[in-house]
Design a protein around this ligand. Sequence first.
Ligand code: DAH
Length: 346
Amino acid sequence: MALKENIQSLLTQVGELKANNAEELEALRIKYLSKKGEITALFNEFRNVPNDQKRELGQMLNQLRQQAESRINALREQFEEAAAETDHPDLTRTPDPIALGTRHPLSLVREEIEDIFSRIGFTIAQGPEVEDDKHVYGMLNFAPEHPARDMQDTFFIEKEIGVQKPTDVLLRSHTSSVQTRVMTSQKPPIRVLCPGRVYRNEAISARAHCFFHQVEGLYIDKNVSFADLREALLYFSKEMFGPETKIRLRPSYFPFTEPSAEMDISCNICGGTGCSFCKGTGWVEILGCGMVDPNVLEACGIDSKEYSGFAFGMGIERITNLKYRVKDLRLFSENDVRFLRQFESC
Ligand code: DAH
């Protein structure tokens, strides 16, 4: 009989209903369940069914409507879940593993030096890497024929490509050039730390590189003395290498300081008893320093009768080597992740 067959064929159709999106699903609901839908039409036909068949067909029709509704509801839930996921990503989900980078050891050490000096009032000053002779040498009291200016040390920059004329444009060979920049642009009191990259015409090897990093310190005020310099450096050494650290100052020469000294710290590897790192002496050299030469103050427009000051300069690679035993300088610029990963927890 027609109604029974219609119900059965719709039952199979309903069991296989599929929709690709919410619009398709709504079309299915209208097709089967709306007032003019196919199932509703069968219910209308049901009115004319003879009484003795009403029970059986009535049950079948109700089952058909239930199945259609539950199938359509199940499909609707699927779309709602998918939509909810795109609108509100699940924030509790474990993220895809993103490989974290590491801080470069030279940055770690530079920041530690900056941090230590900032606690005694030093601020950061920067200057250009491409400099002129005046700021790198002239105002720092280097005699015109000083060997540091020599082509073997300094990279000069050709003003016209391929034309090798004498030039006063160069890559700075030390961060002391930032001293002259600061002294000509600021009035004392001056208390600055100048970290940066410097360049020297050296063959690249484990112990030398054509670029490396320095931190320069400068303090200018009334009545600054050599004792202030010593105290500042002792404080730095203890903060950097531990409270047991001792320092010693050896007389030295730099054109821009008078008197000048080189500073050693007690070897932080053997504690001063002597090892292969300190060549059995118990001491390792870490920086150059001194009282700013009055000629430098005057060249920068600061009255040397009113003001005095101290300066120091250290190599960041050297300090990093002492802290982390990096023996080969080339490792710092090779970007080998196996080397860099060793500083992950620092
Ligand atoms: N500029 C020196 C160098 O590159 C380091 C240095 C020594 C800086 C003594 C200073 C200083 O400020 O007082 O070797």
